[in-house]
Design a binder for this molecule. Structure first.
Ligand code: ASP
Length: 324
């Protein structure tokens, strides 16, 4: 029987209703969380490592980066076959993507969570943990990169996003779809995510900011960031990478100040593409040294820039990293 380490970090999956405040709060320890899934006994040997017990909105990029180090250290143990990370769903896709880029191990790592708390009659935590452990224990999951497993669906970390604020069927991979499913005792992969990329600096650069374009926006936020002297800016543009004229001005001001700017799209699916060359289009931006985020969402492009800046500050080299 395989050995899977469950690294618990917190989230709704480990929360219960607090009668005093009337809301969910962190309440379940890592050990108790895994003990709530007796069916695991016939799937794998489980060891629990409690990394934290916080809502995922409290998790920082540095904590994600450190989590990768924890997992890589544990992965050196020959008796360990894979990992399940339990996590709040709010920033789950960010932690999964950070792990995907930074981990050394090729042992399966499956990130899961829950949309309903442990005091809810329809708590989705146990089912999600069971599916994640089955996936982590599957031979077919080896070398697939970090996977996100909820609702019996398996997604690639790079592609997945949270799409609904309360529904349990919230995680989707826009455009590409899931890479597999868990059917009772079977873990079935239907495709392989081929676009994985490793970026492994010694340290990440945290002061990278995300700005979302909206109609008629001016360059005010860019001026604030330039004055602060930030290390990088990610802009969520319209459509395939077009920004309003005020944002265009801000982007050029940031470039003149030597700040790398990455252009992502605020659209749910698709990619930034040089379809147009008018003022404020991705075509024009690219010819002025702006880095295109390809298919990455703004939040994932931000994490990627934090890591890439830990490797190089050179704009052309950063561009190469984003275009790989
Ligand atoms: N607010 C919670 C969190 O991200 C949501 C969840 O876990 O589903 O920690």
């Amino acid at each position: 029987m395989k050995k899977i380490i469950a690294v618990t970090t917190g989230g709704t999956i480990a929360m219960k209703l607090d009668p005093k405040t009337g809301g969910l709060v962190p309440a379940v320890s890592g050990e108790d969380l895994l003990a709530a899934v007796p069916a695991l006994q016939s799937v794998a040997k489980i060891e629990v490592v409690e990394e934290s017990n916080v809502p995922s909105g409290h998790i920082t990029p540095q904590m994600m980066f450190d989590l990768a180090k924890t997992i890589d250290k544990l992965a050196q143990r020959p008796d360990v076959d894979g990992f399940v990370v339990t996590h709040g769903t709010d920033t789950l896709e960010e932690t999964a993507y950070m792990l995907d880029m930074t981990l050394n191990t090729e042992k399966p790592v499956c990130v899961t969570g829950a949309m309903r708390g442990a005091s809810d009659t329809s708590w989705d935590g146990p089912g999600n943990i069971l599916a994640a452990v089955k996936t982590a224990a599957s031979d077919d999951a080896v070398g697939q990169g970090v996977l996100v497993v909820l609702n019996d669906v398996i997604h690639a970390a790079r592609e997945v996003t949270k799409t609904h604020s309360v529904n349990t069927d919230t995680f989707q991979s826009p455009w590409w779809g899931p890479i597999g499913h868990v059917y009772f005792d079977r873990v079935v992969f239907k495709r392989k995510s081929v676009s994985r990329q490793k970026i492994q600096p010694n340290e990440l650069v945290p002061d990278v900011y995300l700005i979302k374009s909206v109609a008629g926006m001016d360059d005010f936020l860019f001026k604030c960031l330039i004055e602060k002297g930030v290390s990088g800016i990610v802009v969520e543009a319209f459509g395939c990478g077009n920004v309003p004229l005020g944002v265009r001005k801000g982007i050029f001001e940031a470039r003149s100040a030597g700040i790398p700017v990455v252009l992502a799209t605020r659209v749910f699916a698709g990619r930034v593409a040089r379809v147009y060359s008018y003022m404020g289009s991705a075509g024009e931006m690219y010819s002025h040294g702006i880095i295109l985020a390809e298919e990455l969402s703004g939040q994932k492009a931000r994490l990627k820039l934090m890591l890439a800046l830990g490797i190089t500050k050179d704009n052309e080299k950063l561009r190469e990293i984003f275009q790989q």
